[in-house]
Design a protein. Sequence first.
Length: 148
Amino acid sequence: MKILLSAAASAVLLLGCATGPREGETSYHGENILSPREIIAAKQKPVFEAHIKPILETRCVVCHNHKVLPKLMSLENRTKAMASGKIIPGHPEQSLLVHNIKGSHAGVNTMPPVGERITQDELAILTEWIKQGAEWPTGSAGTLKVQP
C-alpha cells in the first residue's frame, strides 16, 4: 500500500513538473523556510549548507533530480547542477535558475509548478549566492536529500 501511495504521489509531482502549473497548483504566497534572522544573514553572505541547501531541498530537488526528470536539470549535487549550465557562478542575470524561478524565461512557467512558490526573500538569497560565485561543496555537505 505504501508503495502505491508513493508511486501515486510521484506521478502527481512528475505530471505537475512536466506540464507546468494549472490554476490552484502553486501557492502564490509561499512561506520562508529560513527564520527572519537567517534571511538577514543570508542576504549578505549566503552559506550553502545553512541557507541554500534548505531552499533547494524544500522547493526544487523534489522534481529536479535524475529519477523524476532525468533529462532536465538535476540539483542533487554540484556536479549535476553545474553540468546543466543553468547556474552561472557570478552571473545571476544569465542563470536560467533565477529566470525560471521568476517565470521570466520564455516557455517556462514559474518554479516550482506545484507546492509553495519560492518567496522573494528566497529568490534574493539564491540570486546573491550565484552573484557571489555559487559556492557548492562536494560530498555529503553538498548532496541534496531527495525525498522518496
